[in-house]
Ligand binder design. Structure first.
Ligand SMILES: Cc1cc2nc3c(=O)[nH]c(=O)nc-3n(C[C@H](O)[C@H](O)[C@H](O)COP(=O)(O)OP(=O)(O)OC[C@H]3O[C@@H](n4cnc5c(N)ncnc54)[C@H](O)[C@@H]3O)c2cc1C
Ligand SMILES: NC(=O)c1ccc[n+]([C@@H]2O[C@H](COP(=O)([O-])OP(=O)(O)OC[C@H]3O[C@@H](n4cnc5c(N)ncnc54)[C@H](OP(=O)(O)O)[C@@H]3O)[C@@H](O)[C@H]2O)c1
Length: 246
């Protein structure tokens, strides 16, 4: 059962006509980078709740969420109307296993995301616990358009600070301004993704965290399984951890 607390909106940042970030002050319990909580609003006589990943690092007292206003979406439409000082419900208790705590040791950590699902990876990066554990960290962001490549200031700052970090935008519906053209699955299959990282193939000592569009998660997992990687389970360590957004 959710433990609802009242959150106050501190800031709303619109990146594009459909992508926005909310900064919220709410008294939630400690969470792990990569986890999500629930946000809710009263719609008519119903409290409508949906899951949203934390973008902020757990040590940051201000909560941040990165959202898309889904066409005809019931809660995302309502959340998109929020203004500074408005109130929402936040579940004080976080959930989810897409966290570094659940990832076994590997040389290369791949973070494969589409759309707003870059959020949990930004939280993990901001927390900073990954740099001692992995020789390389590769953040891949699959989006439709160049304008959907948000959080560039934070990502570029990480690139400047950590040589072991590689950021690869993958843009599917127009020519990319940087990075690769197509879908994550296509650039994985063609070898373009490895080549972009200066690798001949996907290193055996890799762990893949995959988050976002459920069909992307499914197709990418299948592709990696075909290449000899295994789903990771606590009882049976492997190479692939996933979270689907719908
Ligand atoms: C674990 C988890 C974490 C999530 N974290 C986030 C997050 O950080 N940011 C976020 O925007 N959403 C996130 N979602 C999705 C979110 O919970 C809602 O489904 C979304 O806001 C749509 O809700 P709605 O009521 O407006 O639309 P609904 O009426 O519930 O319509 C859902 C439809 O919207 C589309 N959709 C839903 N979410 C997305 C999305 N993120 N990107 C593109 N299309 C989508 C799908 O086609 C889906 O069938 C997460 C979902 C899960 C399960
Ligand atoms: N109203 C608008 O103008 C508008 C504009 C944009 C978005 N939206 C809304 O936003 C939602 C889509 O959001 P989004 O663009 O963030 O998410 P998305 O549709 O999941 O697309 C994000 C990226 O994932 C790719 N992808 C989709 N399926 C894949 C698969 N099976 N394997 C690999 N990659 C895959 C997409 O490629 P492809 O491009 O090849 O699909 C795209 O590059 C829609 O529900 C829509 O309501 C609305």
């Amino acid at each position: 059962m959710p433990q609802w607390v009242t959150g106050k909106v501190l800031d709303v940042n619109w990146w594009t006509p459909s992508l926005f970030s909310l900064r919220v002050c709410a008294d939630v319990q400690p969470f792990k980078a990569g986890q999500f909580t629930k946000l809710a609003m009263q719609i008519g006589d119903k409290r409508v709740a949906r899951a949203y990943s934390f973008v902020n690092s757990p040590q940051d007292p201000v909560l941040e969420f990165y959202l898309i206003e889904v066409a005809d979406g019931s809660l995302s439409r309502k959340l998109s109307e929020l203004k500074v000082d408005d109130e929402i419900y936040v579940d004080a208790q976080a959930n989810g296993f897409l966290t570094l705590e659940e990832v076994p040791d590997a040389d290369v950590l791949w973070m494969l995301s589409t759309g707003t699902a870059i959020g949990p990876f930004l939280s993990i990066i901001a927390q900073g616990k990954l740099w001692e554990r992995f020789k390389r960290v590769i953040l891949v962001h699959g989006v439709r358009h160049n304008d959907d490549l948000t959080y560039q200031t934070q990502i570029m700052a990480t690139q400047r600070l950590f040589k072991q970090f590689t950021y690869i935008p993958v843009v599917s519906r127009e020519a990319p301004q940087s990075g690769l053209a197509g879908r994550i699955t296509e650039v994985l299959k063609s070898g373009d993704l490895s080549a972009y990282c200066g690798l001949h193939e996907l290193p055996k000592s890799s762990h893949f965290m995959i988050c976002g569009n459920p069909q992307m998660v499914k197709d990418t997992t299948e592709l990696l399984i075909d290449r000899g990687f295994k789903r990771h389970r606590r009882a049976e360590p492997g190479h692939i951890s996933v979270e689907q957004y719908w």
